[in-house]
Design a binder for this molecule. Structure first.
Ligand code: BJW
Ligand code: ZN
Length: 247
C-alpha cells in the first residue's frame, strides 16, 4: 500500500491536469451519513424514494423533513482531513510556481453539503446542487437559506412551495455543469474517484470517460466500486487517512 500511495503521489505531482470526483464517502468521516450501505437510511426510506420530483409532489412535508434533518446535521459538522487534503492539493497544484507550467486542478463533487468549500477549495463543481440553496417551484427564484425554516414545507413570498436546490432522480443536471465535468474528465492526466459507489449517472461515468481518454484513474474508497476496467489503481481505506498521504 505504501508503494502504491507513493506511486500515485508522484503521478499527481507531475500531472499537468488532475481531476478529483468525490461522493458521499468523502464526508462520512465528518459524520454525514452516506446514501447507500450502513447508516444510509432515514426513517426506513432510501434516497431513491425521497430524492425525486414525484415524492415531493406527493408529500412535500415528508421530503422537506428529510432535508431539514440533513441541513441541521450538516450545519453541525466540520470538514475532515480528506476535504482539507483536497483543498491543499488545489493550492499546491495552482501555486504560482506550477502556474507557469499551466497545471490544472478540477474538483467535481456529487455532494450537496458544501464541506469542500468550507475546507478551502475554491473551485468546486457541485454536480447535484447545494442543500443550502432553495428554489421556488412557482416563480423560480433561487436563493441561499442557511437558517432553519419555521414551518415545513417552506413557502415563497409568491405563495408557491420552495424546494431544495438539488438535483433529484429523473431531473436533468445543469448542462454547463455536465459539460464542464466531462470536459475536465477528458483532459485529465490523473483522476481520483473518491468515496462514491459510482451507481448514479451521469457522475458514475466520469471515471470511464477519463480512462478512455487516457487518464490514470485511481479509486479511493473503503470498498472499491469502480473495478478493473475503469480504475488503474485502488487505494482501499478511509479517504480521511489516504488523501493526506497523497500530499
Ligand atoms: C468511503 C468512506 C470513507 C464510505 N472513505 N470512502 C443511465 C443508466 C441508468 C440510469 C440512469 C442513467 N442516466 C440517468 C439515470 C437515472 C438516474 C440514475 O443514475 N439512477 C441510478 C440509481 C441507476 N440518474 C438521474 O436521474 C440523474 N439525472 C439524469 O441523468 O438526467 C437525465 C435523465 C432524466 C430522466 C431520465 C433519464 C435521464 C440525476 C441524479 C441525481 C442524484 N441525486 C442524489 C440526491 C441529491 C440531493 C441530495 O443529496 O438530497 O445525489 S441521489 C444521491 O446519490 C446523491 C448523491 O450525490 C448520489 C451519489 O451517491 P454517492 O456519493 O456515490 O454515495 P453512496 O452512498 O452511494 O456511496 C458512498 C461511497 O463512499 C461508498 O462506495 C462507500 O464505500 C464509500 N465510503 N465511507 C472513502 N470514509
Ligand atoms: Zn416564488
Amino acid at each position: 500500500m505504501n508503494d502504491e500511495i507513493e506511486h500515485v503521489r508522484a503521478l499527481v505531482k507531475e500531472a499537468a491536469s488532475v481531476v478529483v470526483l468525490t461522493g458521499a464517502g468523502v464526508s462520512a468521516e465528518s459524520g454525514v451519513p452516506t446514501f447507500r450501505g450502513a447508516g444510509g437510511l432515514w426513517r426506513n426510506f432510501r434516497a431513491e424514494e425521497l430524492a425525486t420530483p414525484e415524492a415531493f409532489e406527493k408529500d412535500p412535508k415528508l421530503v422537506w423533513e428529510w432535508y431539514a434533518w440533513r441541513r441541521e446535521l450538516i450545519a453541525a459538522v466540520e470538514p475532515n482531513p480528506a476535504h482539507y487534503a483536497l483543498a491543499e492539493m488545489e493550492k499546491r497544484i495552482q501555486s504560482p510556481r506550477s502556474q507557469k507550467s499551466q497545471k490544472k486542478f478540477t474538483l467535481i463533487t456529487q455532494n450537496v453539503d458544501g464541506l469542500h468549500t468550507l475546507a478551502g477549495s475554491s473551485n468546486v463543481i457541485e454536480m447535484h446542487g447545494s442543500i443550502w440553496k432553495v428554489r421556488c417551484t412557482g416563480c423560480g427564484i433561487e436563493s441561499v437559506e442557511r437558517e432553519a425554516f419555521d414551518t415545513l414545507p417552506p413557502v415563497c413570498a409568491c405563495g408557491a412551495l420552495l424546494r431544495p436546490g438539488v438535483v433529484w432522480f429523473g431531473e436533468s443536471l445543469d448542462p454547463d455543469v455536465v459539460s464542464a465535468s466531462f470536459g475536465a474528465a477528458r483532459e485529465a492526466i490523473v483522476m481520483l474517484v473518491v468515496g462514491t459507489s459510482s451507481v448514479v449517472q451521469p457522475a458514475a461515468s466520469l471515471g470511464a470517460e477519463a480512462r478512455s481518454a487516457g487518464a490514470y484513474v485511481v479509486e479511493v474508497n473503503i470498498e472499491p466500486a469502480l473495478g478493473g476496467p475503469v480504475a488503474n489503481a485502488a487505494l482501499t481505506g478511509p479517504a480521511g487517512e489516504l488523501l493526506p498521504r497523497l500530499l
